[in-house]
Write a protein that binds this ligand. Structure first.
Ligand code: UGA
Length: 458
């Protein structure tokens, strides 16, 4: 059922509870508070809670802190350690707790189940429980069974925000998807987001739950495809930059999400593609395309590591400086970061790894960075290195001081796994240079990529 509901719920402003103040919960909470709803956030990590109450977000996101402070100052945003306290007073309760990957690749619903067990007895009659976390098909029904109350409804409302633009994506979403087996609660949930003016899709819970996985799996497919095409460009001498421009001008394909790289990562795409694959298998459905998308990504990690290793002498101890550790630029998140995948492959080949990332303080020990010598400056990290490899597309890596780099490194070799640097500049400085699927050797007479708009051509 697709519909455009009248986006005015019975109570224009609702009492909302948000359980979990992570990458999904906190942006959701501050956005709903900015729309005028009264929002109580339950966060059980005492350090994170204390910081939030003081107006300090535990995650780095542009525009998050001012919105958080505004919500606190206007008393539309409150914090509590107890999910039960937040939920007992709420018309709508958003579950935004983690759904990590279980050992078999499926989504682990332990945290969702624990919250439900806690809040079910205190929910108001007529309360609406919303699954905002990414949960497998059938979870809305499972949660309804766990709550086991005829006067409470469970709704699916997947989140599509990206890290690094979470607030902008929450304030201006491209769509609101609401899954519910009853119309009235679906309209209430859709109405909470009326201020966004985003198109609304109301459907059944299974479809809504699957839309989220289908979207992330489609994005992953696009990336694995372009990474494979980049490999083919390397094998044939074509240039992936021009190729992607040629692809993206077809509006059916679109220019976005087509940058080749070291492989895709983060806390969502890897977890959600695996979980969807498990769902397909459990449903008796063959989905070889999805399995190939995941395998292609693993191969991309291998290919990126091999590119670096190809520039090293296996007979002598080698040192590689990694520029960038986060899974993409614009976030401090390193969960399932391609950089860590590639570093572990280099270390398995007995390479010493140093690193610099603008979000990592070298003096702080982090368990995921064990075995990596960290620096607070990219050129210090590159000292005595045989290869520098760019693994995150931070803008500060786009124009290195090539001469300075040449002076500090042991060998002048550079791998740009994000295609942010200029091959011509690297060549001019005498570097052996590899990137992803690009023409590395430029003929100065060759007309570089030109795309002219219709207006320019007229
Ligand atoms: C992803 C989706 O894009 C969001 O729509 C979704 O809401 C979110 O997961 C989620 O499920 O919570 P995010 O994890 O923030 O968002 O990261 P993306 O921007 O999708 O990037 C994922 C990976 O793909 C990164 O490693 C990034 O570097 C890589 N990527 C992205 C490329 O290699 N090339 C591109 O052109 C774009």
């Amino acid at each position: 059922m697709t519909s455009t509901p009248p986006l005015t719920p019975p109570n224009r402003f609702c009492n909302v509870a948000v359980v979990g103040a992570g990458y999904v919960g906190l942006p959701t909470a501050v956005t709903l508070a900015s729309f005028g709803h009264t929002v109580t956030v339950a966060e059980n990590d005492p350090t994170r809670l204390a910081r939030l109450r003081a107006g300090q977000p535990a995650i780095q996101e542009p525009d998050l802190e001012p919105l958080l402070r505004r919500g606190i100052a206007s008393s539309t945003l409150h914090f509590t350690p107890s999910a039960r306290t937040a939920a007992s007073d709420a018309d709508v309760i958003f579950l935004c707790v983690p759904t990590p990957q279980d050992l078999d690749g499926s989504a682990d619903l332990r945290f969702v189940q624990a919250v439900i067990a806690d809040i079910a007895p205190v929910l108001r009659p007529g309360a609406i429980v919303v699954n905002k976390s990414t949960v497998p098909v059938g979870t809305a029904h499972r949660v309804a069974d766990l709550i086991n109350r005829r006067d409470v409804v469970v709704v699916s409302n997947p989140e599509f925000l990206r890290e690094g633009s979470a607030i902008s994506d929450s304030l201006h979403p491209e769509r609101i998807v609401v899954g519910c087996d009853y119309a009235a609660p679906a309209y209430v949930v859709a109405g909470l987001f009326a201020a966004t003016n985003a198109p609304v899709l109301i459907t059944d819970t299974a479809t809504s739950e699957l839309i989220k996985y289908a979207a992330n799996a489609f994005l992953a497919t696009k990336l694995s495809y372009v990474n494979a095409i980049a490999g083919l460009c390397e094998a044939t001498g074509a240039d992936v930059g021009d190729l992607v421009t040629g692809l993206g001008l077809d509006s059916r394909i679109g220019a976005k999400f087509l940058n080749p790289g070291p492989g895709w990562g983060g806390s969502c795409l890897p977890k959600d593609t695996s979980a969807l694959s498990v769902t397909a298998r459990a449903s008796g459905f063959e989905f070889p395309l999805l399995d190939a998308v995941i395998a292609t990504n693993d191969a991309q990690f291998d290919r990126t590591a091999s590119k670096v290793l190809s520039l090293l002498d296996p007979a002598t101890p080698s040192r590689v400086a990694v520029w960038g550790l986060t899974f993409k630029a614009g976030t401090d998140d390193r969960r399932d970061s391609p950089a860590l995948e590639i570093i572990s492959r280099l270390q398995a080949s007995h390479v010493t790894v140093t690193s610099y990332d603008p979000t990592v303080d070298a003096s702080l020990a982090a368990s995921d960075l064990a075995g990596i010598t960290l620096f607070n400056d990219p050129y210090e990290a590159a000292e005595d290195a045989d290869v520098v490899v760019v693994l995150t597309e931070w803008s500060e890596f786009a124009r290195p001081d090539w001469d300075r780099l040449a002076n500090v490194m042991r060998q002048k070799s550079f791998v740009d796994a994000r295609n942010v640097t200029d091959p011509a500049q690297a060549a001019a400085a005498g570097f052996t240079y590899l990137s992803v699927g690009r023409r590395e050797v430029l003929n100065p007479d060759f007309l570089t990529t030109t795309t002219r708009s219709k207006e320019e051509q007229a």
